[in-house]
Design a protein around this ligand. Sequence first.
Ligand SMILES: [Zn+2]
Length: 252
Amino acid sequence: MDDEALLRHSRHVLLEEYGIDGQARVGAAHALIIGAGGLGSPACLYLAAAGVGRITLVDDDTVDLTNLQRQVAHTTARVGQSKVASAAEAMRAINPDIVIVQHAVRADGALLDTLVASADVVLDCSDNFVTRQAVNAACVAHAKPLVAGAAIRFDGQLSVYDLRDPASPCYACLFPPDAEYEETRCAVMGVFAPVVGTIGTLQASEALKLLAGITPSLAGQLLMFDGRRTAFDSLKVARDPHCSVCAQRAGG
Ligand SMILES: [Zn+2]
């Protein structure tokens, strides 16, 4: 780390739990962020600011006027641009020293298989059940830690599935892929902007902790945020022995 990098990251380096070793680990790490919308915006900005050495963004959408109320990485001038290009511009403006890889496509199984294999942490900032399941399946297959967030209306939720640990549940242990869910997408639903900001910021927090080696993570708990009451609740979550996705994992 040169003097300028040391200054840039000094307020993390000064943290006893983080230190210069944590910053070095963060700088050498690859974070994969699926979705550059409401959750992905704060997540990608914080990870860029923290100096995560390589950040890959995947999103097939373009910036729309209706996004700007909550997707804070984007700007009025960038309406019509791809979200990954817009977010990358915002990230570079904060920190030009990192590598940003852009994929302006939908995160399908084949792409995720390639990208997850080389990631140190995966952030699911997507807005639909199909993508969430595909991201989880790739993280299970490659035993990578997954930080999954979701937000709709005034409600948010967050968990870490640390799939390096054979005892850890996967996303599908809680939300089976064959279950029927009412798909509520924020493309058509109301969403209170600071709730996505809160959850996306907490995703960045958990991802940085995993990369820097700060324990404990949120693994084994599902955190729920109620933006009306400004209250957090959490549930303990365990691996489902009948989960169809992680049945093949060691210890399953
Ligand atoms: Zn599972």
